[in-house]
Design a protein around this ligand. Structure first.
Ligand code: FE2
Length: 338
């Protein structure tokens, strides 16, 4: 374990690790993450994570230059996700033991420096050969505001701004990998966006625990097989077929076929790490919750001290773009930090 992350190798009992494949298969099919990628709750007409998309389309995974046309960039990063557990709602009952894994909870308590660790969510990502995951930080939560009632880009701006730390609910994330796909290493900046980027191979039954809300991270390309990356849109789904086989389907049209050995399969666990019982109680009570109005007023006041145009005089799209541009600083190009 380092100050910034903890590596598990191995992560689970081998039989429990094998069971993770059966859980994915039991879903029947995985939809794309883009399914939940739009929001207009503040009047804006931008994707939920346009902060990540804009940076990736221009600068790619290495922060230098993305030579892919936008449609191919979208297919590369339009990976597949399903939720296994959300709070006490277990989509798959057998995921309960994973959610309260003793070694994981002990490490989270140690890293978070607190006994008040509450498992929050478990979800799975499937990436096909040729896909990768753009550099980003995850969507944080604050008392009163989460992805359930606020745009994801706004929550990310709130954390990066440092203006709302008193309301933030610290979250630790454990990313674990299952299977033998080539490539797809987890790449991250454990020492900060200005420091060296590091990579952890996505080897079967290993995992890493870290603060993905604060540490920029992504996924290196899953090694392509002979076939080209098919077009992947919001309607595309990855269907379990039989045995080891998965079908990439757009409606009834089969666009590609894969085996488990081709797919990068990760399972992410997130847990709230409250600093103490008072913070836990405050979160439960809902007596000191932020509202979006509070947040926009605070941003307006902060920007006004820096001579920026008032947010209230901008269109919703302009306001969102201004906040992302002002508060989120992506890591420098790889060759510049090496
Ligand atoms: Fe992430």
């Amino acid at each position: 374990m380092t100050d910034s992350h903890c590596h598990f190798d191995p992560f689970l009992d081998p039989r429990d690790a094998e069971q993770m494949f059966r859980i994915a298969e039991s879903f029947g099919s995985f939809g794309t993450y883009a399914d939940e990628a739009t929001s207009d709750s503040l009047g804006e007409a931008l994707p939920q994570r346009f902060d990540v998309g804009q940076n990736y389309v221009v600068r790619g995974l290495d922060g230098t230059r993305n030579a892919d046309p936008p449609a191919l960039s979208a297919s590369r990063t339009n990976y597949f996700r399903e939720t296994y557990a959300y709070g006490t709602d277990l989509t798959i009952p057998s995921i309960g033991a994973f959610m309260s894994n003793n070694a994981l909870l002990a490490s989270a308590r140690h890293m978070g420096g607190s006994e008040y660790v509450v498992p929050a969510i478990v979800y799975a990502n499937l990436l096909i050969p040729g896909q990768e995951l753009a550099i980003h930080t995850d969507v944080p939560e604050f008392r009163g505001l989460s992805r359930l009632n606020a745009p994801q880009w706004l929550l990310v701006c709130m954390h990066h701004s440092g203006l709302f730390e008193a309301w933030r609910v610290p979250i630790l994330t454990c990313v674990s990998w299952f299977g033998n796909a080539d490539g797809g290493a987890f790449t991250f900046y454990p020492d900060g966006a200005d420091a060296q980027r590091q990579s952890v191979p996505a080897r079967h039954n290993t995992a890493v625990l870290l603060d993905t809300d604060s540490i920029f991270h992504g996924v290196e390309r899953v090694t392509p097989v002979a076939q080209n990356l098919p077009d992947i849109t919001r309607e595309t789904r990855l269907h379990f077929s039989k045995g080891e086989h998965w079908l990439l389907r757009h409606g009834e049209e089969v666009r590609a076929e894969y085996t488990w050995d081709d797919l990068r399969y990760s399972i992410s666990w997130k847990g709230y790490c409250f600093p103490d019982s008072d913070q836990h109680e405050l979160w439960l009570s809902g007596t000191d919750d932020l509202t979006i109005t509070d947040v926009l007023c605070r941003f307006e006041a902060d920007l006004s001290t820096q001579g920026s145009e008032p947010l209230s005089q901008m269109t919703p799209d302009e306001r969102a773009t201004a906040l992302v541009g002002h508060y989120i600083s992506f890591p420098a190009a790889l060759d510049a930090s090496a």
